[in-house]
Write a new protein. Structure first.
Length: 282
């Protein structure tokens, strides 16, 4: 048995880490006007954001075709892999899950496909991917790896702080909670990834100065120790994210903190000026 770990480009994994841990990354196609850019391949993230900022078009994420998936799987099979564990962004915000499931059920497959919905995205998804790759190097089998990933996923949560204008267009909010938002009042909505990978409203009409305390309350509500906390932002939300980072350093002094820029594929879902906060319980 030779196991490959495959993820999508919304996970924040740089080329060196991917090479060192033998992680395969499926580039997500991003649509700006009539032009398709493959995340992490055609342009650097910053260059793509510059194009978006200079354009009147909205950045959208296109579907990964089943043909592309089949080609990726065949490449892995040709390299001698017998099994692939696919760890991908939450099913509630993309059709990748649907296409992967269709491929996994196909009679003619290049190798054994094992699907694992991360129920999150970004840095939290990357934590799951890196852990899976380390378990492969430790010679764990597929069943052992999936079982340990499930435990880790159950201890991982992600909240999106957003004005949801973009999410209203895409329809990715799943629980139907009425949302009141007014950009002039700087109101935000707090959304969480649920246990089935959907985005659901946690709280509405929250000013940013109160949103932090609501997030901290959510983190502490379980009474468990947080080992890792991750922030993701764009240029427009970077100032707020860095202020939050300083507050978390005080309020969660034993927690490992990390901050990075939103991937274009994530911003395509949540829109500009959003924040993602993810954490992992011990």
């Amino acid at each position: 048995m030779k196991i490959a770990i495959l993820t999508d480009s919304s996970a924040v994994i740089d080329a060196d880490a991917a090479a060192n841990l033998d992680i395969k990354i499926l580039a997500l196609p991003l649509l700006l006007g009539q032009k398709v850019y493959y995340e992490g391949q055609d342009l650097r993230d910053g260059e793509l954001f510059d194009l978006v900022n200079d354009s009147k078009e909205t950045l959208n994420i296109a579907s990964v075709s089943r043909k592309t998936l089949a080609q990726q799987m065949q490449t892995l099979a040709d390299a001698g892999y017998t099994d692939v564990i696919c760890i991908y962004l939450a099913n509630g915000i993309n059709a990748l899950d649907e296409n992967l499931r269709a491929y996994a059920k196909a009679e003619a497959r290049a190798l054994n496909v094992h699907l694992f919905d991360s129920h999150t995205t970004g840095l939290a998804q990357a934590k799951l991917v890196r852990q899976a790759a380390k378990l492969v190097k430790a010679n764990e089998d597929v069943a052992q790896i999936l079982a340990k990933l499930s435990v880790m996923r159950d201890k991982t949560q992600t909240i999106v702080i957003d004005d949801i204008r973009n999410l209203r267009k895409t329809g990715y909010v799943s629980n139907g909670t009425p949302v009141v938002g007014n950009a002039l009042l700087h109101l935000k909505t707090l959304l969480e990834f649920t246990d089935d990978g959907k985005l659901a409203v946690l709280d509405t009409s929250v000013r940013m100065k109160k949103a932090y305390h609501k997030v901290l309350e959510q983190i502490n509500s379980s009474g468990q120790v947080v080992t890792d906390l991750m922030l993701m932002c764009d240029e427009a939300s970077a100032e707020t994210a860095n202020k939050w980072l300083q507050k978390f350093q005080t309020d969660l002094p034993e927690t490992k903190l990390e901050i990075t820029q939103l991937k274009p594929s994530i911003r395509a879902h949540v829109g500009e000026k959003s924040l993602l906060v993810s954490w992992i319980y011990a």
